[in-house]
Design a protein around this ligand. Structure first.
Ligand SMILES: Cc1cc2nc3c(=O)[nH]c(=O)nc-3n(C[C@H](O)[C@H](O)[C@H](O)COP(=O)(O)OP(=O)(O)OC[C@H]3O[C@@H](n4cnc5c(N)ncnc54)[C@H](O)[C@@H]3O)c2cc1C
Ligand code: FES
Length: 1301
């Protein structure tokens, strides 16, 4: 095997050399090969299932075809590309296109300087996607860029990335209005600085590979530890091999087989790789259609069909157009570049997007074996069972013929998934109707569905009934078809995948869409604004308030930024894999490691008795174990760990550990289970003000309501990772960890090892995102890795796979709110009695503080004279839930918005009018008796109304709603007030350590960690202004417990405030010491003044800060929980499809008060990132559990965070002007968490649209809508004649596939 790659000795240079790999291991992916064998760590591991794009590389091939030379450059997911599949390919990684040391590539430069990189973990993948796009098309259009990024997970800053790359494109203004950003974005960076793209400067395809590719193909065999990979050289050879080894697995793109092997415990000892066989790659044009070889990739399929659609009359390409539509929403481009059409058919997945189209179109399949060919039409007999087909074991699929359509034939395909972009279908279908010539009388109709059975199905009775008797395409036929479909497309109430009523409704709703489309055919034949407010006189060297680029942005873009798992391996280093419980509540009877220990390379199994110190752990109370000893209390409870020489061996052995259990009752999974069993942690918290009885008496009306708010997975791109290195003396241990809490990690590891904390050092360079998920839960993994390292006396590393991380680490608390609200006829709220329940899981973790914050935000921005809020923390058999951006605040406020919305609906008044009427005013008091000073919500409200042109927009929405029955628009304005400070008072402290060296360089250390939010950049800005020196002289290396001790976690949005003041204090101390030298030599330079060293002046200082006047007491409802509040307002407009439940985010305007911004580029990035994470929380992300607490959604395949397509078509972010905040460093304000809740504006815009849809069915007044507003919930809430046909199954009569926790 040869691949173009840089050698490990010079990993950062951009020239290419050849690597000859003589022992390619068939089980090894390109990603593992790059990271572990070549030590090229720029390419990242985010999910290992093709779902995030962090591992994107460019694979180039050379084709010499009829003397034409063709280079094919494709973005590919390295995590799914077997190393053996790359014979004769050139691989370009992020290290190969540019580096800080030599020269960065224009794409890397743009994404860095235009603030497109925050945590940076996904940046190399984004860079390589863009690079591959530009290699094929140096002048892409906006839609090309959006397509290139489909399927890439970007939790941080969506628009910033798009902006940064749009600058790449001359003359491209974008098709979604995003190009209008030019003037405003210009203020955040200077595009004239950017290097031009010069395609002639790109790396050439290696000539050695070119000449090798011209040689005749020969059979290749790669023999690995337990698997063989054969690449036959001809069709004949392939058929011969398939006859000899009928069980052998064919692999082309490996996008299905790779997942089966990694996540579904499948193992295939013999792989046949037919990717290069001509007959399987051919494209032939026949009289009836186009015949595609089975190995043709989906990208090529799309390109060919596009060409035909542009060339041929439209009536001839109805099926082609439907396939293109399906392909647009099919996976991401990296997958489509390698996945084959035959792979999709032969996987025989019941939710394949293409098979329903092929089936409804009557495509013909040619099958072949050594004994000859046969042709089958894809019909209801082709799929014989779940993932089974009519192929005989010795046969292969040779090709598929996709037919042309004729005049009078109409074809549509639909796919409904939770997220539009790159998501698996809930229901998918192909629909084909042929009319008698010149009439609207049906001659034939074929309807094929995916997602309604264990195979793709063909509706057999419905088409028959529609076409028999030559039915006209009219309302009567529609009604009959709907009733027949309702009878035919049934599902068991416990069907896998759940959403039973919704799926059944979809089959008829989608048919109705088809009906309307055909009827129609028969009848005829932006964006971002903010103002950079630098005072006119501010010195150019003073970087405060300037959009300084994230300090690591360029390194992140070149892949040189080092994350925990990028640290080179220590000598004799071992790898650890977790063994977790499969039961929710059980005693451990025995653990059998016999099979596990027999796996090659296994060194030991670590269990509770290997812990030398204490097995008790927990961030606040020690109510958890590091490793379960007697009992497990959730699926995913960590029982032990295998330590082996490689990740592959450790993970294989971990799966071979057998645990036997004695199951225990009760199993409590949901909040409702906990309420029924009174399973609560103590204490129960209450905040009460005023007199509820009086409040309800003074009210004209009283209403009661409920809302459930689902949890959320952090989905930081870098999963939890720890490297523990025993130092060999006195129990010393050094830990490199991806954590927000260095001090907590140090303390809990020391406790488990039984050594003083002073013997443990915890170091963090940077994290690939945290969002609260690495505040406490990361300590469990770190402790286990440390215990293992202690046991084997060698360095041990573990970076969790995505599925393990999602399984064990918990997320945002699901909440259930129940409320009773009293109000006047004009909508003025008089009294509120609200009860919150949170699902905390199997340990307390931070759940009390999270509930407290929810209660402290139960008012959101509304003044309620008489109020009582009570919070119950539910103990359940789920992995412990934990901190997540907003920390209970968003859940608290979401319930508030639910009751105020209900009040408006009940009064029949516009929601914005009722909200505005109830807003606080300056100087009023919250339910916890804190006075609202420097209150800016009214200003934010007015500005947001203006910027969004609210009133005109509302008139347009109303008009649109009147005109359209099956799509509805909705509009909403939502305010937020977020309290800043840790509610645990002692955490509101920070330290910093500043050293000045004799050459004038400054080493700055503070207690906060960098997770992409730009904290280090802001701290350098603070030090730079205070010391009055350029920021280039200041360096931050890392965060560590041996430089700044006893630090608070980087959390609660307070890190800039706390650490900023500590840095300021340290710098002030140093400045005072240098003052005499400055006075003596006022014209001198910094380097002259630091010669104070020779006078024995101490050039090192620490700084400390604690927030004054804090301390709230729940018992007496007195004292201040917060230092100050951050405010913001958002307006959102959406459009829903009442038939499918899909929605489009059309517009959002945000006005955010961030005080006097320390760095507007970083702050806008935070606003955007938080808002989009909120959009995920409230409209998209859904964790799905079985009734036994088994998490189904354990990767990007099933759990969807927002993609580029979810950004509102027009998104305007403004920072409130002239709003200095005297309570924080340089008048700034916290920004990390507060904007997240503004995404509720999208939720309530959806609710507004549903209200309009319900009105069409005569339904008015309050109704319940739980969060997230998924397509299923939206569709079910839009009650109509179709939903009535498919009522939900009676609760209690069946075991549902999933439960809402
Ligand atoms: C992130 C991600 C997103 C995805 N999104 C979608 C989606 O939106 N919609 C969708 O429908 N699917 C989706 N898939 C599934 C998958 O990508 C497709 O089914 C793809 O077309 C499989 O092609 P492949 O070449 O990679 O198959 P492989 O994994 O190489 O093979 C798949 C199966 O096909 C068999 N096979 C391949 N060629 C032949 C042949 N010539 N004869 C006989 N058997 C053969 C193999 O033996 C194997 O059983 C997704 C997968 C991933 C990882
Ligand atoms: S790591 Fe490969 S796509 Fe996520």
């Amino acid at each position: 095997h040869r691949c173009e790659k840089t050698p490990p000795a010079q990993p950062r240079s951009v020239f290419s050399i050849q690597i000859v790999e003589k022992n390619a291991e068939p089980e090894m992916t390109l990603l593992t090969y790059l990271r572990r064998k070549l030590c090229l760590t720029g390419t990242k591991l985010g999910c290992a299932e093709g779902g995030c794009g962090a591992c994107t590389v460019m694979v180039s091939r050379f084709h010499s075809n009829r003397n034409a030379i063709v280079y094919l450059h494709h973005a590919v997911n390295a995590c799914l590309a077997p190393i053996c599949s790359l014979h004769h390919c050139a691989v370009t990684t992020v290290e190969g296109i540019g580096s800080v040391a030599s020269k960065v590539h224009p794409v890397q430069e743009r994404i860095a300087k235009a603030h497109g990189s925050q945590c940076g973990f996904c940046t190399p993948g984004i860079v390589m996607s863009m690079y591959a796009l530009l290699r094929n098309n140096p002048q892409p259009m906006m839609r090309d860029i959006e397509e290139a990024f489909q399927g890439m997970m970007r939790p941080m800053i969506y628009n910033m990335i798009l902006f940064s790359l749009m600058w790449q494109i001359e003359g491209c203004c974008g098709s979604r209005g995003k190009g209008d950003s030019t003037n405003s974005v210009q203020q955040l960076f200077d595009p004239s600085e950017f290097m031009p793209l010069d395609p002639t400067q790109e790396i050439i395809f290696p000539p050695e590979l070119m000449s090798l590719s011209k040689q005749p193909l020969r059979e290749l065999r790669f023999i690995g530890e337990r698997m063989q990979w054969i690449q036959p050289s001809s069709l004949k050879e392939l058929l011969q091999l398939k006859a000899e080894y009928p069980a052998a697995k064919l692999v082309v793109g490996n996008t299905e087989v790779g997942i089966e092997m990694k996540y579904k415990n499948q193992f295939y000892p013999l792989i046949l790789a037919p990717a290069f066989i001509d007959e399987l790659n051919s494209i032939q044009y026949t009289e009836n259609g186009i015949v595609f070889g089975a190995s043709v990739t989906l990208t090529l399929l799309g390109n060919v069909l596009h060409g035909e659609v542009n060339k041929l009359p439209s009536y001839k390409t109805e099926v082609f157009q439907a396939i293109l539509r399906q392909l647009h929403w099919f996976a991401g481009q990296q997958i489509r570049n390698v996945a084959a059409i035959g792979g999709n058919i032969m996987t025989a997945s019941p939710i394949s997007d293409l098979n329903p189209v092929f089936m409804a179109a009557g495509c013909k399949l040619t099958l072949m074996s050594k004994d000859g060919k046969r042709v089958l039409q894809m019909d209801d007999k082709f799929f014989t069972g779940y993932r089974k087909t009519a192929l005989k074991p010795e046969e292969i699929l040779l090709s598929i013929e996709i037919p042309y359509t004729r005049k009078g034939q109409y074809f549509s395909a639909f796919k409904q998934s939770p997220r539009k972009e790159d998501d698996i279908a809930i229901v998918t279908c192909g629909m084909n109707v042929v009319f008698w010539e010149g009439s609207n009388i049906v001659q034939d109709i074929q309807l094929s569905y995916g997602g309604m059975a264990s195979t793709t199905v063909l509706a057999t009775t419905t088409p028959l009934l529609c076409s028999l008797g030559c039915r006209q395409w009219d309302e009567e036929m529609l009604q009959d078809a709907c009733s027949y479909l309702t009878e035919e497309m049934t599902l068991s109430p416990s069907a896998p995948g759940g959403m039973v009523a919704y799926r059944r409704t979809l089959t008829i709703s989608l048919f109705f869409k088809f009906f309307l489309t055909v009827q129609h055919k028969l009848a005829q034949e932006t964006l971002e604004t903010f103002v950079l407010a630098i005072p006119p006189g501010q010195n150019m060297d003073d970087v405060i308030g300037r959009p300084i680029m994230h300090l690591s942005a360029v390194k992140q873009a070149t892949g040189e930024a080092v994350y925990c798992d990028d640290i080179p391996c220590y000598k004799n280093e071992l790898y650890l894999a977790l063994v977790t419980s499969t039961k929710p509540h059980a005693y451990i009877k025995s653990i059998d490691t016999t099979d596990a220990m027999a796996v090659p390379g296994v060194v030991t199994f670590v269990c509770a008795k290997d812990i030398p110190g204490s097995n008790k752990t927990g961030p606040v109370v020690y109510d958890e174990t590091v490793l379960a000893d007697e009992k497990v209390t959730c699926v995913g409870h960590i029982v032990g760990a295998i330590v082996a020489d490689t990740p592959a061996h450790a993970q294989r052995a971990a799966k071979a550990v057998r645990i036997s259990y004695q199951e225990l009752q009760a199993v409590i999974i949901t909040i409702q289970d906990a309420i029924a069993n009174e399973s609560f942690y103590q204490p129960t918290r209450t905040i009460e003000r005023g007199d509820l009885t009086q409040g309800f008496q003074e009210s004209d009306n009283i209403l009661q309501g409920e809302i459930h708010i689902g949890g959320q997975e952090h989905f930081y791109l870098e999963t939890n990772c720890t490297l523990a290195v025993p130092r060999g003396e006195d129990g010393e241990m050094e830990l490199f960890v991806s954590t927000q809490s260095t001090a907590k990690t140090q303390a809990l590891v020391a406790k488990a090892l039984g050594v003083p904390a002073s013997h443990i050092v915890c170091r963090v360079k940077r994290m690939g995102g945290g969002f609260g998920g690495k505040e406490t839960r990361s300590t469990i993994l770190s402790t286990i890795v440390a215990v293992a390292a202690h046991k084997v006396k060698r360095a041990v590393r573990c970076m969790l796979d995505r599925d393990e991380d999602m399984l064990v680490s918990g997320g945002r608390h699901p909440f259930f709110g129940r409320y009773k609200v009293g109000f006047k006829k004009n909508g003025k709220v008089m009294a509120l009695d609200v009860t919150y329940y949170s699902n905390a899981g199997n340990s307390m973790d931070l759940s009390l503080s999270i509930m407290e914050r929810a209660l402290l935000h139960m008012d959101n921005c509304y003044n309620i004279p008489h109020v009582r809020g009570t919070g119950y923390i539910c103990r359940t058999n789920l992995p412990s839930n934990t901190a997540f951006r907003g920390f209970g605040g968003p859940q608290g406020m979401m319930v508030a918005e639910s009751w105020i919305n209900d009040v408006a609906l009940s009064c029949g008044l516009p929601a914005e009018q009722v909200r505005e009427l109830n807003l606080y005013k300056q100087g009023e008091y919250t339910p916890f008796n804190q006075c609202l000073e420097q209150f800016t919500i009214d200003r934010c409200w007015r500005e947001c109304m203006n910027i969004s042109d609210f009133h005109q927009r509302k008139a347009n929405v109303d008009c649109d709603c009147r005109q359209h029955r099956w799509t509805k628009r909705g509009l909403s304005i939502i305010p937020t007030k977020f309290g800043i400070s840790f509610t645990a008072v002692f955490l509101n402290q920070a330290g910093a350590l500043v050293h000045i060296y004799t050459d004038g360089s400054v080493l700055l250390t503070h207690g906060g960690t960098e997770m992409g939010q730009g904290l280090h950049t802001k701290m350098v800005q603070v030090a730079s202004r205070t010391l009055e020196i350029p920021s280039t002289k200041i360096f931050i290396s890392e965060t560590s417990t041996n430089t700044v001790p006893n630090t608070s976690p980087t959390a609660a949005s307070a890190s800039s405030d706390l650490n900023g003041m500590a840095v300021y204090n340290a710098c002030k101390t140093l400045l005072q010491r240098l003052e005499p030298y400055k006075a003596k030599n006022p014209k001198g330079f910094w380097e002259d003044w630091v010669s104070a060293y020779f006078d024995r002046v101490n050039l090192s200082a620490n700084g400390f800060y604690k927030t004054p006047d804090l301390g709230y007491d729940f018992e007496t409802n007195s004292g201040h929980p917060f230092n100050y509040f951050s405010y913001g307002v958002a307006v959102s407009e959406v459009e829903i499809d009442c038939l499918t439940g899909s929605h489009k985010n059309l517009h959002t305007s945000i006005v955010m008060d961030v005080g006097k911004s320390l760095n507007p580029a970083l702050d806008i990035g935070q606003v955007e990132g938080a808002f989009m994470q909120g959009v995920g929380l409230f409209t998209l992300e859904e964790l799905r559990y079985s009734s036994q607490g088994y998490l189904y959604t354990r990767g990007p395949g099933m759990y969807k965070i927002p993609a580029f397509g979810d950004i509102p078509t027009e998104l305007k972010v403004s920072l409130l002007r002239d709003a200095p905040n005297e309570k924080a460093i340089f008048s700034s304000k916290a920004v990390g968490e507060p904007p997240l809740f503004l995404a509720a504006s999208v939720f309530y815009a959806i609710k507004d649209a549903i209200t309009a849809a319900r009105a069409e069915s005569g339904l008015i007044g309050p109704f319940r809508l739980d969060s997230p507003a998924t397509p299923e919930r939206i569709r079910n809430a839009c009650e109509d004649k179709f939903t009535k046909l498919c009522p939900p199954p009676e609760p209690g009569t069946y075991t549902p596939w999933d439960v809402r926790v």
